[in-house]
Design a protein around this ligand. Structure first.
Ligand SMILES: Nc1ncnc2c1ncn2[C@@H]1O[C@H](COP(=O)(O)OP(=O)(O)OP(=O)(O)O)[C@@H](O)[C@H]1O
Ligand SMILES: [Mg+2]
Length: 402
């Protein structure tokens, strides 16, 4: 039999006659991925023992949010926070057991710690969800969000519209804060489209220690992303509660700092839109302020306006720290003169209308895009470039209270 490991590579099991990788790949081609049966999956999981009850994992009720798709299986192993270390090897054993099932090429078991059920009305989680009819109504009466332990200040980066450069701005701002000497973290809260692993150049699994996940580190910034816990693409098959639970864990169970070494600032990269995931986030995590990213054209500005309205309606309202205009212009390669590809000055006008600071114009910059794709943020790798200096200026203003 040939088993396929979770990164998609294959290896020949000993004694099967498939001694070489090529033979294994031929086998794979002849045996395409199929959706595994629920019965086969539960049976395989019951062969892994729950160390506490001695029962099989499925029988012990530890298999939550099971998702089956062609060639892949995933579920959440939800355990009490104090038992996270005990279950780390169980998680690995469960993934191995799933990979022995015919047709399964990818197995993902996400170890999460049990937390209270999500608040009523905050169960729908989808990418780019529309504005909640009345955000205040949803947050009124809720207990105030808790401050994260050992985190002094939390700044979220948001936009109404997708693809305007939030993650690029968040990653580079985080690097800029770190260069200013602030102990900085970056929380990638985009469950359905994590980008911090790629943008910060990280590819490793964070470790559980004493019931908490240790963030990874890059360019002087502590980073946590759902992308470290599951393969790219997997969250797309998750159901709402599974995604909510993953997000709660990302907020509550990460060791951002300690008594001796707290975090000065946590930058949160939000998913696009103004929907339930944002409400969940702001209910769970006390956010001190939001930076809105917009491109100059009207359509993006309308969405930025929605985003700002949503944060204003939160209970208590979240302060808008300012607006960053991204892709503001393209510098003429010959003369450097700005070519306003998406229009001109829209975000600056919008900031004035909202009576919030205009934090700056980030040009269309190929090096910025390449850096983001290669995991080399320009602020960290080309600090003397005009774009890096611009981000440093924005970071200074935010540090000093915009
Ligand atoms: N100023 C810029 N110049 C050139 N490329 C940019 C700039 N800002 C962002 N990009 C590129 O645009 C793409 C989208 O950016 P990014 O992923 O940061 O947007 P986003 O708002 O976070 O998207 P999503 O809504 O999907 O989370 C990326 O390829 C990024 O490298
Ligand atoms: Mg993004």
């Amino acid at each position: 039999m040939v088993s396929i490991n979770r990164r998609g590579g294959c290896k020949a099991a000993p004694g099967t006659g498939y001694e070489s990788l090529r033979a294994a790949k031929q086998y794979e081609a002849m045996n395409p991925a199929v959706q595994p049966s629920r019965t086969a999956v539960l049976a395989a999981l019951d062969r892994v023992r729950d160390p506490k009850s001695g029962k099989g994992l499925a029988e012990a009720g530890l298999v939550q949010g099971l998702s089956l798709a062609e060639g892949r299986v995933g579920f959440m192993l939800e355990v009490p926070a104090a038992d996270a270390a005990l279950y780390a090897p169980v998680r690995e054993a469960a993934e191995k057991a799933l990979l022995t099932i015919g047709g399964v090429q990818k197995a993902q078991v996400v170890l999460t710690t049990a937390t209270p059920a999500p608040a009523a009305g905050v169960t729908r989680v989808r990418r780019g969800a529309s504005v909640a009819p009345d955000a205040k109504a949803d947050t009124a009466g809720m207990p105030p969000a808790e401050r994260l332990q050992h985190v002094h200040r939390v700044i979220a980066v948001a936009s109404g519209k997708g693809g305007v450069g939030k993650s690029t701005v968040a990653a580079n701002l985080a690097c800029a804060f770190a260069r200013l000497g602030l102990r900085t973290g970056l929380l990638d809260a985009d469950i359905y489209g994590p980008s911090a692993p790629r943008m910060m150049g990280l590819d490793a699994q964070p470790e559980f220690e004493d019931g908490k996940l240790n963030p990874l580190q890059a360019w002087g910034v502590k980073v946590m992303s759902i992308g470290f816990l599951v393969d790219e693409g997997a969250p797309m098959i998750w159901r709402g509660p599974m995604a909510s639970s993953a997000m709660r864990q990302m907020i509550q169970d990460v060791r951002w700092g300690t008594d001796a070494d707290p975090l000065d600032l946590l930058v949160v990269d939000l998913p696009p839109g103004t929907g339930d995931i944002h409400l969940t986030l702001v209910q769970k995590l006390a956010v001190d302020g939001v930076v809105i990213v917009s491109t100059p054209q009207e359509i993006a500005l309308i969405d930025a306006r929605r985003a700002s309205a949503m944060f204003n309606k939160m209970n208590p309202p979240v302060a808008i720290l300012g607006v960053v205009e991204n892709m503001a212009f393209f510098p003429d390669p010959a003369t450097g003169a700005p070519i306003p590809i998406f229009g001109q000055g829209g975000a600056r006008t919008e900031a004035a209308r909202l009576a919030v600071p205009f934090l700056g114009e980030v040009p269309i910059d190929i090096a910025l895009r390449e850096g983001a794709d290669e995991g080399r943020p320009v602020v960290a790798t080309a600090p003397e470039s005009a774009t890096a200096r611009l981000f440093m200026g924005i970071a200074r203003r935010l540090r000093d209270g915009a």
